[in-house]
Design a protein around this ligand. Structure first.
Ligand SMILES: [Zn+2]
Length: 396
């Protein structure tokens, strides 16, 4: 029986993009389409530039078949990674090659309208300076350090971005740039980037970002599990110390994990002890240099994070737990402490097959994840079918 009966052109492209089919014959077997219908769909896809027939694969019998391919490199994506204090922009092609990058400070305390205007300008310049045509841009992917309600594509009460709740980020950028724009939480995007690059076969991966704050992405079957309001993975605001002993968090509560175990928390703790640090980068450098106080605070932070992650590991039984963000990358002590707490608090069944690793992509995880988000959305079967229909409705 055909696996995708009566496939549309968009569904055919998806089958090719995902690598599930490589030739016309395989397409015909998988979709059950007649030879003539399949030819029609192929003409639609090749004339729009979505699909190519190249090279030849030697068949076991009969004549060699041409290989169907999706030309990822002919499409461009702008990825925008917004941190609490900085913006990292990258122009990539659809295969993940970074063509141009731009990074600089960003202040969320100015109005969202102003931030979006400045971003729109920076994105326009990035494409212009690359020498590539804006018409090659498949879309823009934006990651923010806070929850995103994916159905509305709007930030949902992000503690680090006051004034941005429900702000129409994607609508505003789309009207400024004239291309599709997609928004997600940065830990989800980092997790997506890491999984597609390094753990494509893993069914269940937990990605934890420890930067200024703490956030996590749950990647199930290769896709982020966002929860009903974008709150899945928002572990930074679980209360970890009693209110009476806790510090005030950016979310308004006292004693959150983020106020005790994040890079921001270590900046505060080191400053209280008379050290001159003003950023997570300063803290990371002290840890990397083996400063005893910084290392012991990093170990305490790792243990507290591990205590919270033990519950997540018991709930999900993931195959891989990836630690990312500047604090996680500073030294092995943090990772070791996280691992120790998780193993101490869970049964062997939950951890026997669990790898706990550092992010392999590092600062590039978010932009690669944003690229996957844009390509998945811009070339989804529905999006492709809609564009093909619009193309055909145009007078020749
Ligand atoms: Zn909080």
């Amino acid at each position: 029986m055909p696996a995708t009966p009566g496939a549309s052109a968009g569904q055919i492209l998806e089958l090719v993009r995902s690598g599930r089919v490589r030739t016309r014959r395989e397409l015909q077997e998988t979709t059950g389409l007649s030879r003539s219908t399949l030819s029609l769909r192929m003409v639609q896809l090749t004339s729009a530039g979505y699909l190519r027939e190249t090279g030849q694969v030697a068949g076991s019998t009969g004549r060699p078949a041409k290989i169907l391919s999706f030309d990822e490199a002919s499409h461009l994506v702008v990825a925008v990674d917004l941190g609490a204090t900085h913006a990292h922009l990258a122009l990539l092609d659809g295969s993940g090659r970074v063509l141009r990058e731009q990074a600089g400070p960003l202040k969320f305390d100015t109005s969202p309208d102003e931030v979006i205007r400045s971003l729109g300008r920076r994105i326009g310049e990035l494409v212009e300076r690359s020498g590539r045509s804006p018409s090659e841009l498949a879309g823009v992917g934006v990651g923010i350090p806070g929850p995103v309600r994916f159905s509305t594509q709007r930030p949902n009460m992000p503690p680090l971005m006051p004034g941005w709740h429900d702000y129409p980020v994607t609508e505003r950028l789309r009207s400024a740039l004239g291309v599709p724009v997609f928004l997600d939480n940065d830990a989800n995007l980092m997790g997506l980037g890491e999984v597609r690059a390094r753990h494509p076969e893993a069914a269940s991966v937990l990605f934890v970002k420890v930067g200024t704050g703490i956030g996590a992405g749950v990647i199930l079957g290769g896709r982020p599990e966002r929860g009903i309001a974008g709150g899945a993975g928002d572990i930074g605001h679980i209360r970890i110390v009693p209110e009476s002993e806790g510090h005030r968090c950016s979310c308004g509560a006292l004693g959150c994990l983020a106020t005790e175990a994040s890079g921001g928390a270590l900046v505060r703790q080191l400053t209280e002890q008379g050290r001159s640090v003003s950023s997570v980068e300063d803290v990371a450098q002290l840890i990397a240099a083996g400063d005893p106080l910084a290392v012991s605070l990093a170990e305490r932070a790792g243990h507290l994070l591990g205590d919270v992650l033990a519950t997540s590991v018991a709930l999900l039984n993931p195959g891989v737990l990836v630690l990312g963000g500047r604090l996680a990358a500073a030294g092995s002590q943090f990772l070791d402490a996280v691992r120790e707490s998780i193993f101490r608090r869970t049964v062997p069944l939950a951890t026997r097959e669990l790898s706990i690793v550092l992010s392999a992509l590092g600062p590039d995880a978010a932009v690669q994840g944003a690229r996957h988000m844009v390509m998945d959305q811009a070339f989804s079967p529905d999006a492709v079918d809609a564009r093909l229909a619009a193309r055909e409705a145009q007078p020749a």
